[in-house]
Design a protein around this ligand. Sequence first.
Ligand code: HSE
Length: 433
Amino acid sequence: MESIGIGIAGFGTVGSGVYKNLEKNGSLLRERTGASFSVRKVAVKNPGKKREVELPAGVVTPDWRDLVADPEIRVVVELMGGVEEPLQLFREAILAGKIVVTGNKALLAEHGHEIFQLANSKNVPLFYEAAVAGGIPIIQAVRHAFVGNRIESMQGILNGTSNYILTRMQDTGMDFAPALAEAQELGYAEADPALDINGWDAAHKAIILASLAYGKWIPSSQVYVQGIEGVTAYDIRFADMLGYKIKLIASIRAHEDGRIAVRVCPTLIPHEHVLASVSGVFNAIWLRGDVVGESLFYGRGAGQDPTSSSVIADLAQAAAVLGRGGNDRGFAAHDLYGDCLPMAESLSPYYLRLAVEDRPGVLAQIAGILANHDIGIASVMQSQGLIDGKLPLILMLHQARHGKMQEALAEISSLRCVLAEPRLFHVEPTKKV
Ligand code: HSE
């Protein structure tokens, strides 16, 4: 087979990793797939910049449109970051009939509907393994290995940075801010780590997984997202005493009535749950299909080599499509599932931490409000001693509707005896995996 011309748009950590690893394992790839790749052009913002991976003369261009215009380039690898410019690249590359490979989760989560409609109308395949969970092949698994399943649920740790921060808080007792600073020093968190810690990086990945599982692009406005900024060392310690770890969990679920729910939030996970043992920058996805049952995926969710491993797997798929012809639709819309379950209707047990005055009657007032909203208390824990002059009161609550819980929380927050903003986290029911 002749060599397939590719263009890489963006030569940062992942782009240079793809180039480096194609050089390193190109012959292995050729033996296994029959395909070889030649990088004809690399688009970079700053062509004069000194790079860790050197590129041959004539390959570098400042304009990604040169990749689209090159008739020898059959596959464009989009690793630029951002949303607006990559969207433009996708539109132009698809119209030019080029296969696009990407790791851009924000782009797909926000514009997947438009992009795949255009790609399908032009019969152009798109591949995006690197967009979700770095080196873990979860996209191929859902698209191909589990194609004969209805996906009942997926739960995942989809952001390495936030998992690193929570792990360090758990292991050392340190608070959120120093753990974040450490993650930044180690290069895990971005210089602006907002999307990592506010839950949206994981939410973009969850939207992509939900699109594959349920055949529709869920608008981000219908995804419940809570970041880890509000998790304190106290919460980690109290949760630990109660038998849980706190993890940022992305949950994608089809309810029996067909409605689907996607949420990302700090969640108390029982120590014995398989996701509780996923530490540091690792990612994991636990999936339940109606035919296969339960499956677990674990691996590196970020970083140059793991992510470029996924991009190269997509190049191999692109080569297979080019070799045999036809399309390999990256997303297939269907109406087998219903709308999104409104978050207010979703059910979960909760962890509620309050800072209250230490006097008789306080617990009775709080319990009264919960009872008025039909929310049962599973257990109450009062810490020995005051924290910052306030008494921490931790309530583990039975399953409640999110809407009712929020109403009760507003009432509880307005009590004079409640001295600080309450912390409310979801709890994973104690079902063991
Ligand atoms: N910043 C992400 C993480 C990796 O920490 O998992 C890229 O999505």
